[in-house]
Ligand binder design. Structure first.
Ligand code: BEZ
Ligand code: FE
Length: 291
């Protein structure tokens, strides 16, 4: 096909992709090409501007390593992650809502017994977290896998720390026969997402801040239930209404109760302040399990 012009190029590309036998890929590519071309037409994209765009995407790719996930940051800061999560988790009222995964999950966290302190090596205010994992129909869920990860009180995750050769501030717990989980850690603080790269430059150009309100990450999995990836946010934390990655949901904001000292839930005495959080998770059975 020759002599394509601004009116015929879109259909020509769509026709060229016709040969695939992967129907879902075809559907996605038709829509992607249509929307991408519509965008260029709508803003009358100049060659100089598209050069800047390509340079930006190149920079996003080039800064990525196994520990630096700039494309996740881009998806998150553009709200695309929140959109994709929302349309894939239309759950019944009462189920715990999902939110962004973020770039700091690792799959090989240590498996710890309930009650263990998962913050050994990190300084901060002691925090005792507990709750239950249940099904939307009220059934307790024993042996659910509860993966937890968090930043330290300076707002850094272990994987961001140069030269650190072990994992910190993350663990895998299993609910007991009553569907309960509980552990000790330290209070995480609000922190900025990594903003020393191209996504940071984009935020700056848009006059946006990179901060996230204080939160604790959870991923909960159990056979016959939808996987839940979520966070629990701190009531009163700064940035709840301007989270850089659009992840806050009111149902995920909870009281992190501060105690001036005294006995913690494990019966140990503290002279200094500590905090507690109780949060009960509600999982949605998979469509297959409901059938
Ligand atoms: C996080 O909470 O770990 C996170 C989420 C999205 C982007 C950056 C960090
Ligand atoms: Fe986080």
């Amino acid at each position: 096909m020759r002599n394509l012009n601004e009116n015929t190029i879109t259909q020509a590309v769509i026709n060229r992709n016709e040969g695939t036998s992967n129907e879902r890929l075809k559907e996605i590519m038709i829509s992607l090409v249509q929307h991408l071309h519509s965008f260029a037409r709508e803003v009358e994209l100049t060659e100089e501007e598209w050069e800047v765009g390509i340079k930006f995407l190149t920079d996003v790719g080039q800064i990525c390593t196994d520990k630096r996930q700039e494309f996740i940051l881009l998806s998150d800061t553009l709200g695309l992650s929140t959109l994709v999560i929302a349309q894939n988790h239309r759950k019944p009222e009462g189920c715990t809502e999902a939110t962004v995964f973020g770039p700091f999950y690792v799959s090989n966290a240590p498996e710890l017994a309930l009650g263990t302190n998962m913050s050994v090596g990190i300084s901060g205010t002691p925090w005792f977290v507990s709750g239950t994992v249940k099904s939307i129909d009220g059934k307790i869920i024993p042996n659910a896998k509860v993966e937890v990860w968090q930043s330290d009180d300076d707002g850094f995750y272990d994987v961001q720390k140069e030269g650190l050769d072990h994992l910190e501030g993350r663990a895998i717990f299993q609910t007991n026969e009553k569907g309960e989980y509980h552990f000790e850690t330290i209070l995480p603080e609000a922190y900025p997402i990594p903003h020393d790269g191209p996504v940071g430059k984009m935020l700056q150009a848009l006059n946006r801040h990179p901060w996230r309100p204080a939160h604790l990450h959870f991923m909960i999995t159990a056979p016959n239930y939808e996987r839940l990836v979520t966070h629990i946010f701190k009531e009163g934390s700064e940035y709840l209404d301007s989270d850089a990655v659009f992840g806050v949901r009111s149902s995920l904001v909870a009281q992190w109760v501060q105690h001036e000292g005294g006995q913690d839930p494990y019966g140990h005495q503290h002279d200094a302040p500590f905090s507690t959080l109780e949060f009960n998770f509600v999982l949605n059975p998979t469509a297959k399990a409901k059938a």
